[in-house]
Design a protein around this ligand. Sequence first.
Ligand code: NAP
Length: 558
Amino acid sequence: MSQESETNYEAVVVGAGVGGIYQIKRLADMGIHATVLDTAGGVGGTWYWNRYPGARFDSESYTYGYSFSQELLDEWHWKERFSCQPENLRYLNYVADKFDLRKYMQFNCTLEAAHFDETTNRWRLRIDDGRELTTRFLIMTLGLLSAPTLPRYEGMDDFKGPSFHTFYWPHEPIDLSDKRVGVIGTGATAIQVIGDIAPRVKELTVFQRRPNWCAPLNNSEISDEEMADLRARYDEIFETCKRTPGGFEHEPDRRGFFEVSREERVKLWDRLYEEPGFGIWLQNFREIFTDEKANAEFSEYIADRIRGRVHDPETAEKLIPRDHGFGVQRVPLETNYLEAYNLDHVHLVDISENPIERVTEKGIQTSEREHELDLIVYATGFDAITGSFDRIDIRGIGGERLKDKWKDGPSTYLGIFVNGFPNMLMPAGPQSGSASTNYPRGIETGVNWSTEFLGHMWENGYTRADATEEAEARWSAHVAKMYSTMLMRKAKSWFTGYNSNVEGHEHGKTRYFVYNGGSPKYQKQIAEVEANGYEGLTLSRDGRHPEAAGSGDSHATA
Ligand code: NAP
Protein backbone atom coordinates (compact mmCIF):
# COMPACT_ATOMS: atom_id res chain seq x y z
CA MET A 1 0.00 0.00 0.00
CA SER A 2 1.45 3.38 -0.93
CA GLN A 3 1.87 6.04 1.72
CA GLU A 4 -0.68 8.11 -0.19
CA SER A 5 -3.28 5.39 0.13
CA GLU A 6 -2.52 5.02 3.83
CA THR A 7 -3.49 8.61 4.47
CA ASN A 8 -6.24 9.30 1.92
CA TYR A 9 -9.33 7.13 2.07
CA GLU A 10 -12.69 6.99 0.41
CA ALA A 11 -14.30 6.11 3.73
CA VAL A 12 -13.13 6.19 7.33
CA VAL A 13 -15.26 4.35 9.87
CA VAL A 14 -14.86 5.51 13.45
CA GLY A 15 -15.45 2.74 15.99
CA ALA A 16 -14.81 -0.99 15.71
CA GLY A 17 -17.84 -2.17 17.66
CA VAL A 18 -20.86 -4.03 16.35
CA GLY A 19 -21.63 -1.19 13.92
CA GLY A 20 -18.09 -0.55 12.68
CA ILE A 21 -17.39 -4.24 12.09
CA TYR A 22 -20.43 -4.66 9.88
CA GLN A 23 -19.87 -1.33 8.11
CA ILE A 24 -16.31 -2.20 7.12
CA LYS A 25 -17.47 -5.63 5.97
CA ARG A 26 -19.93 -4.00 3.58
CA LEU A 27 -17.33 -1.50 2.31
CA ALA A 28 -14.68 -4.20 1.88
CA ASP A 29 -17.15 -6.28 -0.15
CA MET A 30 -17.60 -3.30 -2.46
CA GLY A 31 -13.84 -2.87 -2.84
CA ILE A 32 -13.89 0.59 -1.28
CA HIS A 33 -10.63 1.97 0.07
CA ALA A 34 -11.61 2.28 3.71
CA THR A 35 -10.27 1.93 7.22
CA VAL A 36 -11.63 1.71 10.76
CA LEU A 37 -10.17 3.70 13.63
CA ASP A 38 -10.66 2.84 17.28
CA THR A 39 -9.23 4.01 20.60
CA ALA A 40 -9.43 0.47 21.94
CA GLY A 41 -6.73 -2.16 21.59
CA GLY A 42 -9.04 -4.48 19.65
CA VAL A 43 -12.46 -5.01 18.13
CA GLY A 44 -15.64 -5.10 20.13
CA GLY A 45 -16.67 -1.58 21.18
CA THR A 46 -18.93 -1.95 24.21
CA TRP A 47 -17.89 -5.59 24.58
CA TYR A 48 -14.20 -4.69 24.44
CA TRP A 49 -14.50 -2.14 27.23
CA ASN A 50 -17.19 -3.25 29.68
CA ARG A 51 -15.45 -6.19 31.34
CA TYR A 52 -17.12 -5.80 34.70
CA PRO A 53 -18.37 -8.97 36.39
CA GLY A 54 -21.92 -9.79 35.36
CA ALA A 55 -21.77 -7.90 32.03
CA ARG A 56 -24.00 -9.68 29.55
CA PHE A 57 -26.71 -9.18 26.94
CA ASP A 58 -30.23 -8.67 28.01
CA SER A 59 -31.25 -9.18 24.40
CA GLU A 60 -31.61 -12.87 23.54
CA SER A 61 -28.16 -13.81 22.18
CA TYR A 62 -29.54 -15.26 18.95
CA THR A 63 -31.42 -12.02 18.21
CA TYR A 64 -28.33 -9.94 19.03
CA GLY A 65 -25.88 -11.64 16.68
CA TYR A 66 -25.47 -10.51 13.07
CA SER A 67 -27.98 -11.83 10.56
CA PHE A 68 -26.06 -10.99 7.38
CA SER A 69 -24.17 -14.25 6.90
CA GLN A 70 -25.83 -17.66 6.76
CA GLU A 71 -22.45 -19.28 7.28
CA LEU A 72 -21.89 -17.33 10.45
CA LEU A 73 -25.37 -18.21 11.69
CA ASP A 74 -24.69 -21.88 10.96
CA GLU A 75 -21.31 -21.87 12.69
CA TRP A 76 -21.81 -19.93 15.88
CA HIS A 77 -23.18 -21.63 18.97
CA TRP A 78 -24.55 -19.21 21.55
CA LYS A 79 -23.90 -20.87 24.89
CA GLU A 80 -26.43 -18.92 26.92
CA ARG A 81 -29.75 -17.30 26.15
CA PHE A 82 -28.23 -14.03 27.39
CA SER A 83 -24.57 -14.30 26.59
CA CYS A 84 -21.83 -12.87 28.81
CA GLN A 85 -19.21 -10.27 27.90
CA PRO A 86 -16.21 -12.61 27.37
CA GLU A 87 -18.28 -14.73 24.99
CA ASN A 88 -19.63 -11.66 23.17
CA LEU A 89 -16.11 -10.38 22.67
CA ARG A 90 -15.05 -13.80 21.38
CA TYR A 91 -17.94 -13.66 18.92
CA LEU A 92 -16.99 -10.25 17.55
CA ASN A 93 -13.36 -11.34 17.22
CA TYR A 94 -14.53 -14.46 15.43
CA VAL A 95 -16.50 -12.32 12.98
CA ALA A 96 -13.53 -10.02 12.37
CA ASP A 97 -11.29 -13.03 11.66
CA LYS A 98 -13.80 -14.99 9.63
CA PHE A 99 -14.28 -12.13 7.19
CA ASP A 100 -10.62 -11.08 7.36
CA LEU A 101 -11.52 -7.58 8.51
CA ARG A 102 -8.59 -6.83 10.80
CA LYS A 103 -6.45 -5.66 7.89
CA TYR A 104 -8.81 -2.69 7.55
CA MET A 105 -8.64 -1.76 11.22
CA GLN A 106 -6.35 0.54 13.19
CA PHE A 107 -6.39 0.28 16.98
CA ASN A 108 -5.01 2.39 19.81
CA CYS A 109 -5.73 5.50 17.82
CA THR A 110 -8.23 8.15 18.75
CA LEU A 111 -9.79 10.52 16.29
CA GLU A 112 -9.22 13.94 17.81
CA ALA A 113 -10.48 16.21 15.07
CA ALA A 114 -12.45 16.00 11.83
CA HIS A 115 -12.77 19.16 9.75
CA PHE A 116 -14.69 19.32 6.49
CA ASP A 117 -12.69 20.91 3.70
CA GLU A 118 -15.11 22.72 1.41
CA THR A 119 -12.60 23.12 -1.38
CA THR A 120 -12.04 19.39 -1.80
CA ASN A 121 -15.29 18.07 -0.30
CA ARG A 122 -13.25 15.81 1.90
CA TRP A 123 -12.78 15.44 5.66
CA ARG A 124 -9.41 16.19 7.16
CA LEU A 125 -8.79 14.01 10.22
CA ARG A 126 -6.28 14.32 13.03
CA ILE A 127 -5.36 11.25 15.05
CA ASP A 128 -3.88 11.40 18.57
CA ASP A 129 -0.60 9.91 17.32
CA GLY A 130 -0.09 13.03 15.20
CA ARG A 131 -1.10 11.54 11.85
CA GLU A 132 -3.34 13.41 9.46
CA LEU A 133 -5.69 11.51 7.17
CA THR A 134 -8.26 12.57 4.65
CA THR A 135 -11.44 10.84 3.65
CA ARG A 136 -14.37 11.49 1.34
CA PHE A 137 -16.88 9.95 3.74
CA LEU A 138 -16.73 9.94 7.50
CA ILE A 139 -18.82 7.15 8.98
CA MET A 140 -19.50 7.44 12.68
CA THR A 141 -20.19 4.15 14.45
CA LEU A 142 -19.25 5.49 17.85
CA GLY A 143 -21.75 3.56 19.94
CA LEU A 144 -24.53 4.98 22.06
CA LEU A 145 -22.86 4.53 25.40
CA SER A 146 -19.13 4.93 24.91
CA ALA A 147 -18.36 8.15 26.79
CA PRO A 148 -18.31 7.08 30.47
CA THR A 149 -18.85 9.76 33.11
CA LEU A 150 -17.61 9.98 36.68
CA PRO A 151 -19.16 11.89 39.54
CA ARG A 152 -17.60 15.16 40.55
CA TYR A 153 -16.93 14.35 44.22
CA GLU A 154 -14.17 16.07 46.06
CA GLY A 155 -11.23 13.84 46.96
CA MET A 156 -11.68 11.19 44.27
CA ASP A 157 -7.92 11.14 43.68
CA ASP A 158 -7.19 10.81 47.40
CA PHE A 159 -8.55 7.26 47.71
CA LYS A 160 -5.66 4.88 48.31
CA GLY A 161 -7.18 1.74 46.82
CA PRO A 162 -8.13 1.03 43.22
CA SER A 163 -11.14 2.89 41.84
CA PHE A 164 -12.54 2.91 38.33
CA HIS A 165 -15.61 3.35 36.17
CA THR A 166 -17.21 0.04 35.19
CA PHE A 167 -16.39 0.82 31.53
CA TYR A 168 -12.69 0.62 32.47
CA TRP A 169 -12.91 -2.50 34.66
CA PRO A 170 -9.35 -3.90 34.53
CA HIS A 171 -8.60 -6.63 32.00
CA GLU A 172 -6.79 -8.73 34.59
CA PRO A 173 -8.97 -10.62 37.09
CA ILE A 174 -9.27 -9.06 40.55
CA ASP A 175 -9.65 -11.19 43.64
CA LEU A 176 -12.58 -9.63 45.47
CA SER A 177 -12.85 -12.19 48.24
CA ASP A 178 -10.81 -10.12 50.68
CA LYS A 179 -12.13 -6.74 49.58
CA ARG A 180 -14.62 -4.27 50.96
CA VAL A 181 -16.16 -2.99 47.76
CA GLY A 182 -18.20 0.16 47.28
CA VAL A 183 -20.44 0.53 44.24
CA ILE A 184 -21.84 3.96 43.35
CA GLY A 185 -24.95 3.83 41.17
CA THR A 186 -27.88 1.49 40.68
CA GLY A 187 -28.43 1.59 36.90
CA ALA A 188 -28.38 -1.39 34.54
CA THR A 189 -24.61 -1.76 34.93
CA ALA A 190 -24.57 -1.63 38.73
CA ILE A 191 -27.47 -4.06 38.91
CA GLN A 192 -25.42 -6.60 36.92
CA VAL A 193 -22.23 -6.01 38.94
CA ILE A 194 -23.95 -6.18 42.32
CA GLY A 195 -25.88 -9.38 41.53
CA ASP A 196 -22.67 -11.01 40.35
CA ILE A 197 -20.11 -9.99 42.98
CA ALA A 198 -22.28 -9.86 46.11
CA PRO A 199 -21.79 -13.51 47.13
CA ARG A 200 -18.01 -13.41 46.71
CA VAL A 201 -16.81 -10.14 48.22
CA LYS A 202 -15.82 -9.60 51.82
CA GLU A 203 -18.23 -6.71 52.15
CA LEU A 204 -20.31 -4.73 49.65
CA THR A 205 -21.71 -1.25 50.16
CA VAL A 206 -24.07 0.09 47.51
CA PHE A 207 -24.47 3.86 47.37
CA GLN A 208 -27.90 4.44 45.88
CA ARG A 209 -29.20 7.86 44.89
CA ARG A 210 -32.36 6.67 43.11
CA PRO A 211 -33.54 3.07 42.84
CA ASN A 212 -34.29 1.66 39.41
CA TRP A 213 -37.10 -0.69 38.49
CA CYS A 214 -35.74 -4.03 37.38
CA ALA A 215 -36.99 -7.49 36.52
CA PRO A 216 -35.47 -10.97 36.39
CA LEU A 217 -33.39 -11.93 33.36
CA ASN A 218 -34.17 -15.65 33.80
CA ASN A 219 -31.07 -16.71 31.89
CA SER A 220 -30.31 -20.32 30.93
CA GLU A 221 -27.81 -22.36 28.94
CA ILE A 222 -28.48 -23.27 25.32
CA SER A 223 -27.88 -26.95 24.62
CA ASP A 224 -26.71 -28.34 21.26
CA GLU A 225 -30.28 -29.44 20.50
CA GLU A 226 -31.73 -26.05 21.37
CA MET A 227 -29.10 -24.32 19.25
CA ALA A 228 -29.91 -26.59 16.32
CA ASP A 229 -33.56 -25.66 16.71
CA LEU A 230 -32.73 -21.94 16.88
CA ARG A 231 -30.57 -22.25 13.75
CA ALA A 232 -33.47 -23.82 11.91
CA ARG A 233 -35.68 -20.92 12.99
CA TYR A 234 -33.29 -18.03 12.28
CA ASP A 235 -35.28 -16.75 9.29
CA GLU A 236 -38.45 -16.69 11.34
CA ILE A 237 -36.65 -15.10 14.33
CA PHE A 238 -35.22 -12.24 12.28
CA GLU A 239 -38.54 -11.73 10.49
CA THR A 240 -40.23 -11.33 13.86
CA CYS A 241 -37.54 -8.91 15.05
CA LYS A 242 -38.15 -6.88 11.90
CA ARG A 243 -41.81 -6.38 12.59
CA THR A 244 -41.76 -5.74 16.35
CA PRO A 245 -41.27 -2.19 17.64
CA GLY A 246 -38.23 -3.10 19.74
CA GLY A 247 -36.54 -5.41 17.25
CA PHE A 248 -36.98 -8.35 19.62
CA GLU A 249 -39.09 -11.47 19.49
CA HIS A 250 -41.28 -9.87 22.18
CA GLU A 251 -44.50 -8.42 20.83
CA PRO A 252 -46.75 -6.13 22.86
CA ASP A 253 -50.04 -7.47 24.21
CA ARG A 254 -52.57 -5.83 21.90
CA ARG A 255 -55.47 -6.13 24.34
CA GLY A 256 -56.52 -2.89 26.01
CA PHE A 257 -55.23 -2.65 29.59
CA PHE A 258 -58.63 -1.57 30.90
CA GLU A 259 -60.56 -3.94 28.67
CA VAL A 260 -59.35 -7.01 30.52
CA SER A 261 -60.00 -7.78 34.17
CA ARG A 262 -57.45 -7.20 36.91
CA GLU A 263 -57.17 -11.01 37.23
CA GLU A 264 -56.27 -11.27 33.54
CA ARG A 265 -53.66 -8.55 33.90
CA VAL A 266 -52.05 -10.21 36.91
CA LYS A 267 -52.11 -13.56 35.13
CA LEU A 268 -50.10 -12.03 32.27
CA TRP A 269 -47.66 -10.32 34.65
CA ASP A 270 -47.14 -13.49 36.71
CA ARG A 271 -46.23 -15.32 33.54
CA LEU A 272 -43.96 -12.59 32.15
CA TYR A 273 -42.10 -12.22 35.45
CA GLU A 274 -40.99 -15.84 35.22
CA GLU A 275 -40.11 -15.71 31.52
CA PRO A 276 -36.69 -14.77 30.12
CA GLY A 277 -35.80 -11.34 28.87
CA PHE A 278 -37.64 -8.14 28.14
CA GLY A 279 -41.11 -9.72 27.88
CA ILE A 280 -42.12 -8.04 31.15
CA TRP A 281 -41.46 -4.68 29.46
CA LEU A 282 -42.20 -5.30 25.80
CA GLN A 283 -44.92 -7.98 25.88
CA ASN A 284 -46.89 -5.97 28.36
CA PHE A 285 -49.94 -3.80 27.68
CA ARG A 286 -49.02 -0.79 25.57
CA GLU A 287 -50.70 1.60 28.05
CA ILE A 288 -47.81 0.93 30.47
CA PHE A 289 -45.81 3.41 28.40
CA THR A 290 -48.46 6.09 27.97
CA ASP A 291 -51.09 5.95 30.71
CA GLU A 292 -50.24 7.06 34.26
CA LYS A 293 -52.94 4.90 35.84
CA ALA A 294 -51.98 1.74 33.97
CA ASN A 295 -48.34 2.39 34.69
CA ALA A 296 -49.01 2.97 38.41
CA GLU A 297 -50.93 -0.31 38.74
CA PHE A 298 -48.19 -2.30 37.08
CA SER A 299 -45.46 -0.52 39.07
CA GLU A 300 -47.25 -1.51 42.28
CA TYR A 301 -47.26 -5.11 41.06
CA ILE A 302 -43.47 -4.98 40.63
CA ALA A 303 -43.09 -3.22 44.00
CA ASP A 304 -44.83 -6.20 45.60
CA ARG A 305 -42.40 -8.53 43.85
CA ILE A 306 -39.53 -6.55 45.39
CA ARG A 307 -41.17 -6.81 48.82
CA GLY A 308 -41.49 -10.55 48.24
CA ARG A 309 -37.83 -11.04 47.42
CA VAL A 310 -36.05 -8.68 49.83
CA HIS A 311 -36.28 -9.91 53.42
CA ASP A 312 -35.75 -6.64 55.28
CA PRO A 313 -38.87 -4.49 54.76
CA GLU A 314 -36.99 -1.22 55.22
CA THR A 315 -34.43 -2.19 52.56
CA ALA A 316 -37.21 -3.38 50.25
CA GLU A 317 -38.95 0.00 50.49
CA LYS A 318 -35.66 1.76 49.69
CA LEU A 319 -35.32 -0.33 46.53
CA ILE A 320 -38.74 0.72 45.21
CA PRO A 321 -38.57 3.74 42.90
CA ARG A 322 -40.95 6.57 43.84
CA ASP A 323 -40.06 9.19 41.29
CA HIS A 324 -40.88 7.22 38.12
CA GLY A 325 -42.98 4.29 37.04
CA PHE A 326 -41.83 0.95 35.69
CA GLY A 327 -40.52 1.05 32.15
CA VAL A 328 -40.26 4.79 31.63
CA GLN A 329 -36.51 4.40 32.04
CA ARG A 330 -34.59 1.63 30.35
CA VAL A 331 -35.42 -1.47 32.45
CA PRO A 332 -32.39 -3.36 33.71
CA LEU A 333 -32.72 -7.13 33.84
CA GLU A 334 -31.11 -8.81 36.80
CA THR A 335 -29.83 -12.05 38.22
CA ASN A 336 -29.87 -12.28 42.02
CA TYR A 337 -29.78 -8.48 42.33
CA LEU A 338 -32.52 -8.18 44.91
CA GLU A 339 -31.35 -11.31 46.76
CA ALA A 340 -27.94 -9.66 47.18
CA TYR A 341 -29.51 -7.39 49.81
CA ASN A 342 -30.48 -10.47 51.87
CA LEU A 343 -26.79 -11.16 52.54
CA ASP A 344 -25.46 -9.90 55.87
CA HIS A 345 -22.33 -8.41 54.32
CA VAL A 346 -24.24 -6.31 51.73
CA HIS A 347 -25.35 -2.83 52.80
CA LEU A 348 -27.56 -0.33 51.01
CA VAL A 349 -26.72 3.30 51.71
CA ASP A 350 -29.38 5.77 50.66
CA ILE A 351 -27.38 8.78 49.51
CA SER A 352 -30.50 10.75 48.75
CA GLU A 353 -30.95 10.80 52.56
CA ASN A 354 -27.28 10.94 53.51
CA PRO A 355 -25.41 12.41 50.54
CA ILE A 356 -21.82 11.60 49.71
CA GLU A 357 -19.73 14.52 50.93
CA ARG A 358 -16.38 13.43 49.59
CA VAL A 359 -14.12 10.53 48.79
CA THR A 360 -11.42 10.08 51.40
CA GLU A 361 -8.14 8.17 51.53
CA LYS A 362 -9.97 5.30 53.19
CA GLY A 363 -13.35 5.30 51.51
CA ILE A 364 -16.48 7.38 51.16
CA GLN A 365 -17.68 10.00 53.58
CA THR A 366 -21.44 10.55 53.63
CA SER A 367 -23.23 13.14 55.73
CA GLU A 368 -23.71 10.36 58.27
CA ARG A 369 -20.32 8.61 58.45
CA GLU A 370 -17.23 7.37 56.70
CA HIS A 371 -17.52 3.99 54.92
CA GLU A 372 -14.13 2.29 54.77
CA LEU A 373 -13.48 0.52 51.47
CA ASP A 374 -10.72 -1.32 49.59
CA LEU A 375 -12.14 -0.75 46.11
CA ILE A 376 -14.53 1.82 44.63
CA VAL A 377 -16.58 1.02 41.53
CA TYR A 378 -18.18 3.94 39.75
CA ALA A 379 -21.21 2.53 37.92
CA THR A 380 -22.26 6.05 37.12
CA GLY A 381 -23.25 5.82 33.48
CA PHE A 382 -22.48 7.67 30.30
CA ASP A 383 -22.69 10.97 28.49
CA ALA A 384 -25.03 9.06 26.23
CA ILE A 385 -25.53 9.28 22.49
CA THR A 386 -23.90 12.65 21.79
CA GLY A 387 -21.07 12.46 24.35
CA SER A 388 -18.83 10.44 22.06
CA PHE A 389 -19.38 13.00 19.27
CA ASP A 390 -18.71 15.92 21.63
CA ARG A 391 -15.29 14.49 22.49
CA ILE A 392 -14.15 14.88 18.87
CA ASP A 393 -13.57 18.33 17.41
CA ILE A 394 -15.96 17.93 14.47
CA ARG A 395 -16.35 20.98 12.24
CA GLY A 396 -18.54 21.29 9.20
CA ILE A 397 -19.28 24.04 6.70
CA GLY A 398 -17.91 27.43 7.73
CA GLY A 399 -16.06 25.80 10.62
CA GLU A 400 -19.29 25.21 12.58
CA ARG A 401 -18.65 22.87 15.53
CA LEU A 402 -21.01 19.93 15.89
CA LYS A 403 -20.76 20.24 19.66
CA ASP A 404 -22.08 23.81 19.44
CA LYS A 405 -24.82 22.87 17.02
CA TRP A 406 -25.93 20.09 19.37
CA LYS A 407 -25.51 22.16 22.56
CA ASP A 408 -29.18 21.78 23.47
CA GLY A 409 -29.57 18.33 21.91
CA PRO A 410 -29.01 16.64 18.57
CA SER A 411 -30.79 17.54 15.38
CA THR A 412 -30.43 15.16 12.45
CA TYR A 413 -32.02 13.96 9.27
CA LEU A 414 -33.13 10.32 9.71
CA GLY A 415 -30.62 10.03 12.54
CA ILE A 416 -28.04 9.53 9.78
CA PHE A 417 -27.12 13.00 8.46
CA VAL A 418 -26.52 16.43 9.97
CA ASN A 419 -27.12 19.56 7.92
CA GLY A 420 -23.89 21.51 7.45
CA PHE A 421 -21.73 18.42 7.97
CA PRO A 422 -21.60 16.96 4.47
CA ASN A 423 -20.43 13.41 3.81
CA MET A 424 -20.73 12.46 7.47
CA LEU A 425 -22.97 9.45 8.05
CA MET A 426 -24.16 7.98 11.34
CA PRO A 427 -25.63 4.55 10.54
CA ALA A 428 -26.85 4.20 14.14
CA GLY A 429 -26.82 7.83 15.16
CA PRO A 430 -28.83 10.00 17.53
CA GLN A 431 -32.52 10.04 16.54
CA SER A 432 -32.10 6.91 14.44
CA GLY A 433 -34.06 3.72 14.96
CA SER A 434 -31.15 1.99 16.69
CA ALA A 435 -31.12 3.47 20.17
CA SER A 436 -34.58 2.32 21.16
CA THR A 437 -34.32 -1.14 19.61
CA ASN A 438 -32.35 -4.33 19.97
CA TYR A 439 -29.20 -2.51 18.95
CA PRO A 440 -27.65 -4.83 16.33
CA ARG A 441 -30.97 -5.17 14.54
CA GLY A 442 -31.06 -1.38 14.26
CA ILE A 443 -27.39 -1.29 13.29
CA GLU A 444 -27.87 -3.72 10.41
CA THR A 445 -30.76 -1.59 9.13
CA GLY A 446 -28.69 1.60 9.40
CA VAL A 447 -25.51 0.15 7.89
CA ASN A 448 -27.42 -1.46 5.00
CA TRP A 449 -29.21 1.78 4.20
CA SER A 450 -26.04 3.88 4.50
CA THR A 451 -24.11 1.48 2.28
CA GLU A 452 -26.82 1.59 -0.40
CA PHE A 453 -26.72 5.35 -0.17
CA LEU A 454 -22.94 5.44 -0.60
CA GLY A 455 -23.30 3.09 -3.57
CA HIS A 456 -25.69 5.61 -5.11
CA MET A 457 -23.13 8.37 -4.58
CA TRP A 458 -20.32 6.38 -6.18
CA GLU A 459 -22.38 5.08 -9.09
CA ASN A 460 -23.48 8.59 -9.98
CA GLY A 461 -20.15 10.30 -9.40
CA TYR A 462 -21.46 12.46 -6.56
CA THR A 463 -18.80 13.73 -4.24
CA ARG A 464 -20.84 15.62 -1.70
CA ALA A 465 -24.06 14.94 0.17
CA ASP A 466 -25.71 17.17 2.73
CA ALA A 467 -29.09 17.09 4.42
CA THR A 468 -31.19 20.18 3.78
CA GLU A 469 -31.99 22.41 6.72
CA GLU A 470 -35.71 21.85 6.16
CA ALA A 471 -35.45 18.06 6.09
CA GLU A 472 -33.41 18.08 9.28
CA ALA A 473 -35.84 20.41 11.03
CA ARG A 474 -38.76 18.21 10.04
CA TRP A 475 -37.12 14.99 11.19
CA SER A 476 -36.03 16.45 14.51
CA ALA A 477 -39.53 17.85 15.11
CA HIS A 478 -40.98 14.43 14.25
CA VAL A 479 -38.66 12.73 16.78
CA ALA A 480 -39.51 15.33 19.44
CA LYS A 481 -43.24 14.96 18.83
CA MET A 482 -43.11 11.24 19.51
CA TYR A 483 -41.78 11.95 23.00
CA SER A 484 -44.87 13.99 23.81
CA THR A 485 -47.09 10.92 24.20
CA MET A 486 -44.59 8.88 26.19
CA LEU A 487 -44.35 8.87 29.98
CA MET A 488 -40.59 8.53 29.57
CA ARG A 489 -40.33 12.14 28.40
CA LYS A 490 -40.23 13.20 32.05
CA ALA A 491 -37.74 10.56 33.17
CA LYS A 492 -34.29 11.24 34.53
CA SER A 493 -32.74 8.87 32.05
CA TRP A 494 -30.18 8.83 29.27
CA PHE A 495 -33.12 8.53 26.83
CA THR A 496 -33.92 12.15 27.67
CA GLY A 497 -30.30 13.30 27.85
CA TYR A 498 -30.14 13.43 31.66
CA ASN A 499 -26.74 13.03 33.31
CA SER A 500 -26.10 14.80 36.60
CA ASN A 501 -22.34 14.69 36.02
CA VAL A 502 -22.28 16.56 32.74
CA GLU A 503 -22.80 20.29 32.70
CA GLY A 504 -25.95 21.22 30.84
CA HIS A 505 -27.34 17.68 31.05
CA GLU A 506 -28.93 18.00 34.48
CA HIS A 507 -32.61 17.15 34.69
CA GLY A 508 -35.08 19.62 33.31
CA LYS A 509 -34.48 19.94 29.62
CA THR A 510 -35.35 17.02 27.37
CA ARG A 511 -32.92 16.12 24.65
CA TYR A 512 -34.64 14.20 21.88
CA PHE A 513 -32.10 11.43 21.59
CA VAL A 514 -34.03 8.44 20.33
CA TYR A 515 -36.57 7.65 17.67
CA ASN A 516 -39.56 6.20 19.48
CA GLY A 517 -41.69 5.21 16.53
CA GLY A 518 -40.46 1.62 16.60
CA SER A 519 -38.29 -0.28 14.21
CA PRO A 520 -40.85 -1.08 11.45
CA LYS A 521 -41.89 2.55 11.10
CA TYR A 522 -38.28 3.70 11.00
CA GLN A 523 -37.42 1.14 8.33
CA LYS A 524 -40.40 2.25 6.28
CA GLN A 525 -39.45 5.91 6.51
CA ILE A 526 -35.85 5.48 5.44
CA ALA A 527 -36.91 3.10 2.64
CA GLU A 528 -39.27 5.78 1.33
CA VAL A 529 -36.48 8.35 1.32
CA GLU A 530 -34.40 5.98 -0.79
CA ALA A 531 -37.31 5.14 -3.10
CA ASN A 532 -37.88 8.86 -3.63
CA GLY A 533 -34.33 9.38 -4.84
CA TYR A 534 -32.93 10.42 -1.46
CA GLU A 535 -35.26 13.32 -0.87
CA GLY A 536 -34.14 15.72 1.80
CA LEU A 537 -30.52 15.49 0.68
CA THR A 538 -28.55 17.72 -1.62
CA LEU A 539 -26.09 15.78 -3.75
CA SER A 540 -23.41 17.32 -5.92
CA ARG A 541 -20.33 16.56 -7.97
CA ASP A 542 -17.04 18.41 -7.54
CA GLY A 543 -17.17 21.80 -9.21
CA ARG A 544 -20.88 21.48 -9.92
CA HIS A 545 -23.77 23.25 -8.28
CA PRO A 546 -25.51 21.13 -5.71
CA GLU A 547 -28.75 19.59 -6.86
CA ALA A 548 -31.60 18.63 -4.64
CA ALA A 549 -32.03 14.88 -4.70
CA GLY A 550 -35.25 13.06 -5.52
CA SER A 551 -38.44 14.95 -6.05
CA GLY A 552 -37.28 17.76 -3.80
CA ASP A 553 -37.21 17.68 -0.07
CA SER A 554 -40.75 18.90 0.31
CA HIS A 555 -41.98 15.50 1.33
CA ALA A 556 -39.08 14.47 3.49
CA THR A 557 -40.42 11.74 5.66
CA ALA A 558 -41.03 13.56 8.87
P1 NAP B 1 -27.20 4.67 34.18
O1 NAP B 1 -28.40 3.88 33.87
O2 NAP B 1 -27.14 6.07 33.71
O3 NAP B 1 -27.03 4.61 35.75
C1 NAP B 1 -26.08 5.38 36.39
C2 NAP B 1 -26.30 5.23 37.89
O4 NAP B 1 -25.31 5.97 38.56
C3 NAP B 1 -27.64 5.77 38.35
O5 NAP B 1 -28.11 4.98 39.38
C4 NAP B 1 -27.28 7.16 38.84
O6 NAP B 1 -28.15 7.70 39.79
C5 NAP B 1 -25.94 6.89 39.45
N1 NAP B 1 -25.12 8.08 39.52
C6 NAP B 1 -24.65 8.82 38.49
N2 NAP B 1 -23.94 9.84 38.95
C7 NAP B 1 -23.96 9.77 40.29
C8 NAP B 1 -23.42 10.55 41.31
N3 NAP B 1 -22.70 11.65 41.04
N4 NAP B 1 -23.65 10.18 42.58
C9 NAP B 1 -24.38 9.09 42.85
N5 NAP B 1 -24.93 8.30 41.94
C10 NAP B 1 -24.72 8.64 40.66
O7 NAP B 1 -25.87 3.97 33.63
P2 NAP B 1 -25.60 2.42 33.43
O8 NAP B 1 -26.06 1.64 34.57
O9 NAP B 1 -24.18 2.29 33.01
O10 NAP B 1 -26.53 2.04 32.21
C11 NAP B 1 -26.57 2.84 31.04
C12 NAP B 1 -27.20 2.07 29.93
O11 NAP B 1 -26.26 1.10 29.44
C13 NAP B 1 -28.41 1.25 30.28
O12 NAP B 1 -29.59 1.98 30.37
C14 NAP B 1 -28.44 0.27 29.14
O13 NAP B 1 -29.02 0.81 28.02
C15 NAP B 1 -26.97 0.03 28.89
N6 NAP B 1 -26.57 -1.21 29.57
C16 NAP B 1 -26.96 -2.37 28.97
C17 NAP B 1 -26.67 -3.55 29.56
C18 NAP B 1 -27.12 -4.80 28.88
O14 NAP B 1 -27.42 -4.82 27.73
N7 NAP B 1 -27.21 -5.86 29.55
C19 NAP B 1 -25.98 -3.58 30.76
C20 NAP B 1 -25.57 -2.40 31.33
C21 NAP B 1 -25.87 -1.20 30.73
P3 NAP B 1 -29.37 8.66 39.33
O15 NAP B 1 -30.34 7.77 38.65
O16 NAP B 1 -29.85 9.25 40.58
O17 NAP B 1 -28.76 9.67 38.39
